[in-house]
Ligand binder design. Structure first.
Ligand code: ZN
Length: 424
């Protein structure tokens, strides 16, 4: 038994050494791709010496090197140690997605479905308009009146806007609460920290820029009003236990402890984003189970914002139903990417099925033009993470859910890795 164990360790070490070399190639290639695409490298805190020194190789040369990397990964022997095997699998899937992105940058056209599959490793369900019509009917009854439903919803929601001058204070209170709740369950480095800044003129509503050394810069976009329920959503999604925690755990466990440097780079348009966005969204309800969230909002956030706490419950019920419309974004993205609709039709569909105002619909279309199929990482990612964790957690306790959630963040899986475990 001892000799088996040492042989396995040796094999793991050998494989890890080979993977270290391949990881370096993957990181260097990703950084080179970043020279051709401004937003591609979302975070990098690996060796500075790996950053490209020259203006940039042509994409055709990067493509060739990426094909060679994938071949090298595919001829590696498969060992049974699950953590090393998982490393090999993850790096292979990420590298294949990198190749697909390089092809896209060179003008390759692809359908929405193909992009979901090859860039994000995901087979995404689709819902037709009939599915959304049923949800719209439910909302018609909850928010009755004259005029278009999106207008009525917009008017109803006006009473829940956070006054801009109070935004920073309220967001800081929410993020402290999210942090406190997360630290009860997740061990983070002592030095972890973040800053919050307000910004504008962006296609996103908030962003976490992870800088390494357990530090994040969280930006909130003030282009559009921020509604009260978004405060907890954004504090948890961008901060705790969302993007900040995800990146800090990866840096701690995989980059610093194991030296797996492929994790020191985060390629935005890649399979890991499905877990990043999905866990950041699902993490909201892990940190704030429904009743606790309602209590905290009614007792703390609504009064701070000068809003009426008694209105919170009904507002959340409407939000819950509105959330079911989130897959409309995917449908519209699919139709726009596949050239089935033009910009004007996309705006109309956002107003009808996502119940956006015209201005918000324009912002959503800009997001899709900029990020394409990425839009599905939020809702499908959330559903996938939820289903995966449900499989992992056999009892109903919140502690067990936190343990499984933290384990997933510390050893990231792509969509196919999560579904193959779920279905086995
Ligand atoms: Zn996010």
């Amino acid at each position: 038994m001892n000799s088996d164990a040492s042989e396995q360790t040796l094999n793991d070490d050998q494989l890890n050494r080979q993977l270290n070399d391949l990881a370096e190639r993957y990181v260097r290639l990703s950084l080179r791709v970043g020279q051709h695409s401004d937003y591609f490298v979302d975070a990098y805190y690996g060796p500075d010496s790996w950053r490209p020194q020259n203006v940039g190789d042509p994409l055709s040369s990067i493509e060739e090197q990426c094909c060679a990397l994938i071949s090298s990964l595919e001829i590696l022997p498969v060992y049974t140690s699950s953590s090393v095997y998982q490393r090999q699998q993850f790096l292979t899937i990420q590298s294949k997605a990198l190749l697909f992105y390089i092809e896209q940058l060179q003008g390759k056209t692809s359908s929405y479905k193909e992009e979901c599959q090859r860039l994000y490793d995901a087979s995404v369900p689709s819902y037709g308009t009939a599915y959304f019509d049923t949800i719209l009917q439910e909302l018609e009854q909850l928010v009755p009146g004259e005029g278009e439903l999106n207008q009525r919803i917009a008017e109803y929601r006006q009473q829940f806007v956070v006054p801009p001058e109070k935004l920073s204070q309220i967001f800081n209170v929410a993020i402290s609460e999210a942090r406190k709740r997360t630290l009860k369950h997740v061990e983070l480095p002592d030095c972890e920290s973040f800053d919050v800044q307000l910004t504008n003129n962006q296609v996103w509503s908030a962003y976490n820029w992870y800088k390494g050394n357990s530090y994040s810069l969280i930006e909130l976009n003030t282009d559009h009003p921020i509604f009260i329920e978004r405060v907890i959503d954004l504090a948890a999604h961008e901060g705790y236990p969302g993007h900040h925690v995800f990146n800090a755990l990866i840096e701690k466990h995989l980059v610093n402890e194991r030296g797996w440097l492929e994790y020191s780079i985060y390629n935005l348009y890649s399979p890991v984003s499905l877990l990043a966005e999905g866990s950041a969204n699902y993490g909201i309800e892990v940190a704030f189970p429904w009743n606790e969230r309602l209590t905290f909002e009614q007792e703390v956030l609504f009064p701070l914002a000068g809003l009426e706490p008694a209105s919170a419950e009904q507002y959340h019920e409407i939000q819950r139903i509105l959330h079911q419309l989130s897959y409309a974004d995917n449908l519209i993205a699919q139709q726009w990417i596949d050239d089935e609709i033009d910009d004007e039709q996309a705006i109309k569909l956002f107003m009808k099925y996502a119940l956006n105002s015209e201005e918000r619909a324009g912002q959503r279309l800009s997001f899709i033009k900029h990020n394409r199929a990425y839009v599905m990482t939020y809702n499908y990612g959330q559903d996938l993470v939820k289903a995966y964790l449900k499989e992992q957690v056999k009892d109903d306790s919140n502690d067990a859910l936190w343990r499984a959630f933290t384990a997933l963040l510390a050893t990231p899986k792509t969509a196919s890795m999560m579904t193959s475990v779920s279905s086995s």
